[in-house]
Design a protein around this ligand. Sequence first.
Ligand SMILES: *Cc1c(COP(=O)(O)O)cnc(C)c1O
Length: 368
Amino acid sequence: MIPITAVDVRDAEPLVVEVLRSGTLAQGPMVARFEDGFARAAGTAHAIAVNSGTTALVATLQALGLGPGDEVITTPFTFVATLNAILETGATVRFADITREDFAIDPDAVATAITPRTRAILPVHLYGQTANLGKLVPLAEEHGLHLVEDAAQAVGATFAGRPAGSFGVGCFSLYATKNVTTGEGGVITTDDDDLADRLRLLRNQGMRSRYAYELAGHNYRMSELHAAVGIPQLAKLDELVTARRRNARQLSVGLAGTPGLALPVELPGREHVWHQYSVLIGPHAMLARDELITELTERGVGTGVYYPKLVFDHDCFRGHPQIPEVSPAGFPVAARVADEVLSLPVHPALSESDVDTVVREVREALGA
Ligand SMILES: *Cc1c(COP(=O)(O)O)cnc(C)c1O
């Protein structure tokens, strides 16, 4: 079976052992080292490590002062953490549809969703390609809104040569399957010294120095063991991205012209880091998406559906006081993509022959 994800952190062993021997397990020098490396990769003055991508988003929205009565505009086509983070702050969510080309929030749809209560735009750089920051950044500036980038899937991606997470406040996940992982973890990137200071306080119970509290905080800290797992990956980030890009290119060349299949594209000016290689199975394909999944599983090719439903389309969110009444029909592009999307293996552990196998099996399954 060729799996949809593979985790390889074996080269972290010496650093993890170093932490075990040091006896310093909670946030300390290894976390600081990880933060320095991450800030360099993201091209920002600050990187604040936290214990998940979700808490990165929550802490950011809290540090920006968002709360009840404020509105945050985001995409309905994302992992639930994006939505949960907004709900946790007490703010109201407004959704805007996506564009089919990048699977990310459509700046024109964002513009029409802005109200006098809007405080932030929260695009998600889905699958490893940034949203249309060329339009979102000026839109946020024009309306005096915060831009919070959910860059959980996009470490190393760029827009106009600038790294994801350096346009607004960047929120990254280091979950086990993400392009850079610490097992569980997250990072916030920013150039804003005051915001970074507030985030560091929030992360550690609002504490400036021992038992001197400046604000009501939380425990969002990363452990030394987790930081040690991530450090070697930052050192070889270019190599990891290059492998994903090579695999994506091989998939795109091999799958070109497969009937019923729409392939993902790297848009001009954007460098895609291929967290996922996501195709669309159109209505004229020989197999429906779910039939193709079964067929590929039998043929030994792992796949994933990210995400089968719009994020609000679950009973627990219906009638939620912070979610306006919405239905998938209000977001036709996202609704259609959720029905058609399928991710194929693209991770760095694949060999050239693995990718050839994926191409061959998909083509055969679809009668190409
Ligand atoms: C993974 C992910 C998150 C949440 O990160 P965790 O580290 O799992 O908390 C948020 N947003 C998106 C788009 C993600 O893919």
